[in-house]
Design a protein around this ligand. Structure first.
Ligand SMILES: *[C@@H]1O[C@H](CO)[C@@H](O)[C@H](O)[C@H]1NC(C)=O
Ligand SMILES: *[C@@H]1O[C@H](CO)[C@@H](O)[C@H](O)[C@H]1NC(C)=O
Ligand SMILES: *[C@@H]1O[C@H](CO)[C@@H](O)[C@H](O)[C@H]1NC(C)=O
Ligand SMILES: *[C@@H]1O[C@H](CO)[C@@H](O)[C@H](O)[C@H]1NC(C)=O
Ligand SMILES: *[C@@H]1O[C@H](CO)[C@@H](O)[C@H](O)[C@H]1NC(C)=O
Ligand SMILES: *[C@@H]1O[C@H](CO)[C@@H](O)[C@H](O)[C@H]1NC(C)=O
Ligand SMILES: *[C@@H]1O[C@H](CO)[C@@H](O)[C@H](O)[C@H]1NC(C)=O
Ligand SMILES: *[C@@H]1O[C@H](CO)[C@@H](O)[C@H](O)[C@H]1NC(C)=O
Length: 662
């Protein structure tokens, strides 16, 4: 058997990169062995027909030349190259004279048509994207059904489409004769006969001509069926585009075929197809025309597509609503990952009634997990960049393994675009600062409770610093990060979160994250959080809990006052000694912890020993007595008024802490 196929592909088809000239002219006299990009129902039959749709309803089929072609003279220029293409198509419907939907020749920036709909959308667009300039789509449609939604002129027309199915120009299928009469001959798209089509585009004038004729008429008629101008440079922006065919079935099945195809970039006349060597359309006997179908079909088809569209829309909306960001590396953290949907349900859609508070890092919501009925607190942390996210999630997960009765248990996380959600055990008694400063609070803390809180936080911090397998620096010890559980046990929360904001900041400018009054003076120049800087913050915290005063207070007369200085004043006056032993211990230990020199601060183990009374607290050095913390901090480069924070949402809470006010 002689080869039916004369593959005159000049160059080697898809083997060559798009930009080579040889790749920009091709001829397929049948598609046997052709290396096309096929999707959906599209396939090449054994005898070389490109079959876009098979006998299945409501499906799509696409076929594209394997490499995108350069349509712009130079990348991004508005000057376009001319092209010329010729192809032979055939549509075989189930019924005589009654087709399912049509097909189209396509030039598109993307060959991904997954979101397009079948039926009257021809697999090109969906009801949501029809006509949208972001489609970057140019098509010649061969439409066999009159769809009034697209202002179709008839049920047998050819149209030039830009980004959608409302044709720029359209006419009934047919051709003009070359003789003096110039008579028009109608053609039926669903005649089950092969038809040849020529599409020519002039890059200079932006004129596009579409000409068609029965396959027996081998010479292209002189007068095109359609002629219009399309600014292809704005449709196909950038550089390259894919060329190919699209089709789709609706309620009735039918088959759409391409028998041959030639294309020439920069040419004014596509290489002629050898019409006698093309594969033949299958011969089938159509079922007789059905009058009922003819009436019912357009209505049913429109209704179905509408229904499909509605379902797709609902699904997309749902998907967007619950969309998450998940990357490969997170697989290992699987068990700690929560589904956004579950968190959404747990918190009644993050409703305001479930809002527990707005902290430095974001909003916190109360929720109840549907599956386990466990009460949780969900913290939504805004996070723009992906930088450092991996390390951070790794740390979050490793922190999730931390278990201590003085730490707020982190249950897991969830990630969305620009947002991180952290799920914690719910603490019914809220944060400590509420009890210290909010006079409406039902519970006023007794000294015994305060002392217990201090000890609890000390144990939690000791665990983070020394008793766990790796050192965790908290970075933001303060009263508002201490939460009280059902039994009024203090639990330290939010550890490591400050880390998130350390990543990705310019290493030359040290952005210090923390809260004024809790920040060790050395942070002003090193910018490096350490165990010692945590101890400093814990010292300030102890003084705060003991005195019920904020670490930085604004006074009416002389501006700010650092709590350490305030206690130092009292101590100098010998007033500290007057208080009960425990309180004196807390105050003196608080001062020792908040020592300006990191080396002079005790470790958390010692702190716990002092608190337990196992080891007597050493006397504070006389030099410390003469010191002024605020002056020292300013010396170290802190400007308590203008501090630089990487994230403005953080700044907000920090500034309120700074001004000592509510
Ligand atoms: C038509 O194509 C679809 C998608 O590739 C396939 O699942 C189906 O089996 C095909 N039907 C026939 C009759 O070939
Ligand atoms: C063309 O434009 C795109 C997007 O504006 C840009 O990414 C690309 O680098 C440009 N190409 C050239 C060759 O200028
Ligand atoms: C195609 O587009 C859809 C969205 O329309 C997207 O989900 C899918 O990942 C894309 N496929 C490819 C291969 O780019
Ligand atoms: C066009 O599509 C883009 C991206 O999909 C979308 O943002 C825009 O709203 C759409 N425009 C219209 C008019 O639908
Ligand atoms: C061609 O078909 C159209 C629509 O079916 C019809 O209006 C027109 O009269 C026909 N023209 C000729 C020459 O048969
Ligand atoms: C389109 O057809 C007209 C009329 O035959 C012709 O003058 C023009 O050159 C053609 N344009 C292209 C791009 O082929
Ligand atoms: C085509 O569109 C491009 C960009 O969208 C514009 O710069 C150019 O002027 C337009 N050309 C014509 C002929 O309208
Ligand atoms: C067209 O194809 C036929 C049959 O394969 C062959 O005999 C003929 O030589 C071809 N014509 C051209 C111009 O290639």
């Amino acid at each position: 058997m002689p080869p039916l196929l004369l593959l005159l592909v000049v160059g080697l088809g898809g083997l060559l990169p798009a930009a080579t000239a040889a790749d920009e002219q091709f001829v397929f006299n049948g598609f046997k062995g052709a290396n096309l990009i096929l999707d959906g129902m599209a396939t090449v039959t054994p005898d070389g027909l490109l079959q876009l749709t098979n006998a299945t309803t409501q499906l799509k089929g696409h076929a594209f030349y394997p490499s995108p072609l350069r349509f712009h003279r130079t990348p991004n220029s508005t000057a376009m190259r001319s092209f010329s293409t010729a192809f032979v198509i055939g549509i075989i419907g189930a019924y005589e004279d009654l087709s399912s939907h049509g097909m189209a020749f396509v030039v598109a920036k993307s060959n991904n048509f997954t979101s397009a709909l079948p039926g009257q959308f021809l697999g090109l667009v969906s009801s949501a994207t029809n006509g949208n300039a972001t489609n970057h789509l140019f098509a010649i449609e061969f439409d066999t059904i009159l769809n009034s939604e697209f202002d179709d002129m008839s049920g047998n027309h050819v149209g030039v489409d830009v980004n959608g199915l409302h044709s720029v120009v359209a006419d009934n299928a047919g051709y003009y004769s070359d003789d003096a009469t110039g008579a028009f001959t109608n053609m039926s798209l669903v005649s089950r006969k092969a038809m040849q089509v020529w599409v020519d585009f002039d890059g200079q004038t932006m004129q596009v001509n579409v000409t068609m004729a029965p396959i027996e008429v081998t010479r292209r008629p002189n007068k095109p069926l359609l002629s219009t101008t399309v600014n292809l440079s704005s449709v196909i922006d950038g550089d390259t585009a894919y060329v190919g065919f699209s089709s789709a079935s609706g309620i009735l099945f039918c088959r759409h075929y391409v028998l041959g195809w030639s294309f020439d970039m920069d040419g004014s006349s596509a290489p002629a197809l050898n019409t006698s060597s093309l594969p033949k359309l299958p011969v089938t006997t159509p079922k007789p025309r059905s009058k009922t179908l003819e009436i019912v079909l357009p209505i049913a088809s429109a209704a179905l597509v509408f229904a499909v569209g509605a379902v797709v829309f609902a699904l997309l909306r749902r998907r967007r609503m619950y969309a998450e960001v998940k990357e490969d590396w997170e697989a290992t953290f699987g068990p700690h990952r929560f589904a956004y949907k579950d968190l959404h349900h747990a918190t009644d859609g993050f409703s305001d009634t479930n809002l527990l508070g707005i902290g430095g890092f974001g909003r916190v919501y109360r929720g109840v997990l549907a599956s386990s009925k466990v009460e949780v607190a969900v913290k939504k942390v805004a996070h723009g960049s992906r930088q450092g996210m991996r390390e951070f999630v790794a740390e979050v997960v490793s922190i999730g393994r931390l278990r201590h009765r003085n730490l707020v248990q982190l249950l897991g996380y969830c990630r969305r675009k620009g947002e991180l959600l952290l799920v914690y055990d719910y603490m019914p008694n809220g944060s400590l600062d509420k009890h210290l400063y909010d006079h409406q609070s039902k519970i006023t803390l007794s000294w015994a409770q305060r002392f217990r809180v201090i000890k609890g936080v000390a144990l939690g911090l000791l665990y983070l610093h020394e008793d766990w397998e790796q050192v965790v620096v908290h970075r933001d010890v303060k009263a508002s990060n201490v939460l009280l559980d059902k039994e009024m046990n203090a639990r330290l929360g939010d550890f490591g979160l400050a880390r998130l904001y350390d990543h990705g900041t310019d290493p030359h400018t040290t952005h210090v994250v923390g809260t004024m009054g809790y920040m060790a003076p050395e942070l002003g120049h090193t910018g490096k959080a350490s165990k010692a800087s945590d101890v400093f913050a814990f010292g300030a915290f102890m003084l705060e809990v003991a005195c019920g005063r904020k670490p930085v207070v604004v006074q009416q007369d002389d501006g700010r006052m650092v709590l350490v200085d305030w206690v130092l004043d009292r101590w100098r006056a010998g007033a500290v000694a007057d208080t009960v032993d425990e309180a004196s211990l807390v105050l003196r230990l608080g001062l020792l912890c908040s020592h300006p020199l990191p080396g002079a601060r005790p470790g958390m183990r010692q702190v716990v020993q002092y608190l337990d009374g196992d080891v007597p607290l050493p006397e504070l050095s006389p030099t410390y007595k003469g010191l002024n913390m605020l002056a020292l901090m300013q010396d170290q480069g802190f400007d308590p008024y203008i501090m630089s924070f990487p994230i403005t949402s953080m700044g907000a809470s920090t500034i309120s802490d700074l001004s000592g006010g509510r």
